[in-house]
Write a protein that binds this ligand. Structure first.
Ligand SMILES: Nc1ncnc2c1ncn2[C@@H]1O[C@H](COP(=O)(O)OP(=O)(O)OP(=O)(O)O)[C@@H](O)[C@H]1O
Length: 265
């Protein structure tokens, strides 16, 4: 499905600010895999997503999605295959445009639809149908400007935008971290439902170790640009937060030092 072969990325090479953010990362995802990712501060988690979505190009290695070589493909071309949500609910939507217009933009980006002639009745129906599934009443507020929605409603709309046309891969970069706990749980539940229904291959960065173990079928731990643990199947079943922290310590010879993880405990 998604295969990363020996990915390396160094920022500011040859300068005093040189930083090797990814060091020989190799990873293979099966269709429908839901991988949760946790790691220390600056471990390279967001950089990994930036490589997959084409925000930056890799220094070496390759990224293959099914039979498509993404390695040198421009970011806007990859957007057709890859959905991405960020921590900040303001990212990824146009706040001064309505819900309907935002969905139309997403549709244009992912389905290649041209909107010179406005939004058709069928498209409005499709958007309404999709929004109704969120169970937030947004299907009756399609003319509301996205900037007027709460953080949770906005993340739900962004999720809808990213999955309007089912992506091959969905990247969730701490997408519930800025929400209050109740709203975060609701958005996580919606995420799980959407991912399950459309069998979307998903990677989710989280600072909540319990969520990392509860959601998905596989957990990756990163430290200093490397994947140091990749846990799935029987080994993952019944694993506790403490077990995972101990495994991290054993592999990295240090205690997990992620400020946000520590604040969550
Ligand atoms: N655009 C950039 N220019 C220079 N250095 C960068 C850039 N992006 C990331 N880095 C550096 O690469 C390393 C990995 O950063 P990254 O944001 O991927 O880590 P992370 O695991 O997501 O961290 P955190 O959990 O703290 O957000 C860090 O040292 C960071 O400072």
């Amino acid at each position: 499905m998604l295969t990363l072969n020996h990915i390396n990325k160094t920022f500011n090479p040859g300068t005093v600010n040189e930083r090797a953010a990814l060091k020989d990362i190799s990873l293979h995802l099966e269709p429908g895999d839901f991988v949760t990712i946790i790691g220390s501060n600056g471990a390279g988690k967001s950089t990994l997503f930036n490589m997959i979505s084409g925000n930056f190009q890799t220094d070496s290695g390759s990224i293959i999605l099914d039979d498509i070589d993404l390695t040198f493909m421009k970011e806007h071309k990859r957007a057709k295959y890859i959905g991405r949500l960020f921590q900040d609910p303001l990212k990824g939507t146009a706040p001064s445009m309505t819900i309907e217009e935002n969905l139309a933009l997403a549709y244009m980006r992912t389905a290649g639809r041209k909107f010179g002639f406005g939004i058709s009745k069928q498209e409005k129906e499709l958007f309404r149908e999709k929004l109704a599934k969120l169970d937030l009443g947004l299907e009756d507020r399609m003319k509301t400007k996205v900037g007027l929605l709460s953080g949770g409603q906005r993340q739900a709309v962004t999720l809808m935008m990213s999955t309007l046309v089912t992506p091959k891969v969905l990247l969730l970069d701490e997408h519930t971290a800025a929400l209050d706990p109740g709203t975060a749980d609701k958005v996580l539940a919606i995420t799980q439902e959407v991912v399950k229904k459309d069998h979307i291959t998903t990677m989710m960065i989280t600072h909540n170790i319990q969520s990392a173990l509860d959601l998905g079928n596989r957990t990756i731990m990163m430290d200093d640009g490397r994947i140091i643990l990749d846990i799935k199947g029987k080994e993952r079943e019944g694993m506790t937060v403490q077990d995972l922290l101990e495994r991290f310590k054993k592999e990295s010879h240090k205690v997990l030092d992620n400020d946000r993880i520590l604040l969550t405990k």
